[in-house]
Structures are given as structure tokens and as C-alpha cells.
Design a protein around this ligand. Structure first.
Ligand SMILES: *Cc1c(COP(=O)(O)O)cnc(C)c1O
Length: 236
């Protein structure tokens, strides 16, 4: 009987090979792609398995669960928040996260900036973009983000490191390519604007999940967020 850690180690070996092959196809260095292991549905033993395998960058979608887990697991873990953050949870969340991927409005971004200034933090955040414009998805639309850009640039404490998106659900991951290409183009467009005065420097593209991460890497993802594929063969 393989143990939980064995299964996770096998899954990680497979995923790392897939990452490196996708990088090769795209002429990229696999060191330029950060794997965030999404633990939102993972049992605590599975997280232990990830840590045993040397994976210390973990993502949670709920601030409350992230906070609980941050207090239970090694403080070597870098916790990434990938789901919605209410403004009244910003302070507590900043205290335990190394990156927030899911900043989806100006109000939230400004709140983070204010609290960061208060607490003397320089938090790393990504702006979530609703590239496809689907009603069901949160995030800035491309146009709202373009309009807000000068203001974003003027925020002094928050460190805007890049953009994040999710592709629409699809049976064929190749359909996600267009969304990912559009996020990269938007990032290049905004990043080419005035720099220097504010905290925005768009070097990260967080895109790609279990079903479409190889396509995302080919399209330039620097951060991929994988859950299910890491835990294949384990029962919840
Ligand atoms: C759950 C989640 C993921 C991981 O999805 P999998 O399909 O399990 O790989 C990635 N990003 C976000 C924002 C999520 O909510």
C-alpha cells in the first residue's frame, strides 16, 4: 500500500515532468515557473505529504481556512490567497500571507494599501482580471483596469506584482490559450506605462490550473495554481 506521501510524491514527479516539458516546448526555463499547491480541498495529512516532498508554497481560497492552517503548519510555508477577500479580513490576512492573487476591485486594493501603510508591510498582490468578461467571474475587466491604472500606480505601500486570471470552463484546455494570451498582452500593455513612482511592476502572470497549466506555461505563466492533479489517487 503506498502511503499518502508516496502518492503525492508520484503525482509531483509527474507534474514536474509536465511543467518541464511545457517549458521546453515554449523555450522557457522551468525555474521561472512557480508551483502553488492549492490545498483548499486537501486533508491536513495531504499537506504534511506536500511538505515532506519539499513543497512549501501553498494556496488557499478561503481567508479563514488559510489563517487556521497558517497557525497549524510549519512557518516555512508561504501561503498564497487565491480566493475572494472581504475588506474586513484584510488585516488578519496580510499578517499570514506572502501573496494575494485575488485582488478584484479598486476598493479592496486601496484597503490593502491603507492597512499595509498602517502596519508597515509591503504586501505582494496580483490583480485578478476577468479576461473573458463572463458575468459569473469576479475581477477587473480589462477596461476598468486600464482606467484605474494611473491610480494603482500611485499607491505607495502595496506591491502590485502582476496579474491573475482563470480561463472559462471548457472540455478542451486549448480553448484557454486565448484567455492566457490576452492576459499576457494586457500585462505588457500596462507594464509599458509610466513606472517608478508607484508600487506596480508587472512581472508575474498567475494562470493555469490542473486542467490547463501546460497551455498556461506555453502562454507565459510564471505562477501556476494546481490542486486536483496533485492529489490524484487520494480519497477526500
Ligand atoms: C481551486 C482553485 C485552483 C486549483 O484548481 P484545480 O483544478 O484543483 O487545480 C486554482 N486557482 C483558483 C483560483 C482556485 O480557486
Amino acid at each position: 500500500m503506498p502511503t499518502i506521501a508516496d502518492r503525492i510524491a508520484d503525482n509531483l514527479t509527474r507534474v514536474r515532468a509536465q511543467i518541464s516539458q511545457a517549458c521546453q516546448r515554449a523555450g522557457r526555463d522551468s525555474n521561472d515557473v512557480t508551483l502553488v499547491c492549492v490545498t483548499k480541498y486537501a486533508r491536513p495529512e495531504w499537506i504534511d505529504g506536500l511538505l515532506e516532498c519539499g513543497e512549501f508554497v501553498l494556496g488557499e481560497s478561503r481567508p479563514q481556512q488559510l489563517e487556521q492552517r497558517a497557525s497549524r503548519f510549519s512557518d516555512q510555508v508561504q501561503w498564497h490567497l487565491i480566493g475572494q477577500l472581504q475588506r474586513n479580513k484584510v488585516r488578519r490576512t496580510l499578517a499570514v500571507t506572502s501573496m494575494i492573487h485575488s485582488v478584484d476591485s479598486m476598493k479592496l486594493l486601496e484597503r490593502i494599501d491603507t492597512i499595509a501603510a498602517d502596519d508597515g508591510h509591503r504586501p505582494s498582490v496580483l490583480l485578478q482580471v476577468n479576461i473573458s468578461g463572463e458575468d459569473t467571474k469576479g475581477g477587473f475587466t480589462s477596461d476598468v483596469l486600464r482606467d484605474a491604472w494611473p491610480r494603482i500606480h500611485s499607491l505607495a505601500s502595496v506591491h502590485v506584482r502582476g496579474l491573475m486570471t482563470m480561463a472559462p470552463l471548457t472540455d478542451d484546455p486549448r480553448n484557454s490559450r486565448d484567455t492566457f494570451d490576452r492576459l499576457r498582452h494586457l500585462s505588457l500593455e500596462l507594464g509599458a506605462g509610466p513606472t517608478g513612482q508607484g508600487g506596480a511592476c508587472l512581472t508575474e502572470l498567475s494562470m493555469g490550473m490542473s486542467n490547463d497549466f501546460e497551455i498556461a506555461i506555453e502562454a507565459g505563466a510564471t505562477i501556476i495554481r494546481l490542486g486536483r492533479t496533485l492529489f490524484e489517487g487520494l480519497d477526500a
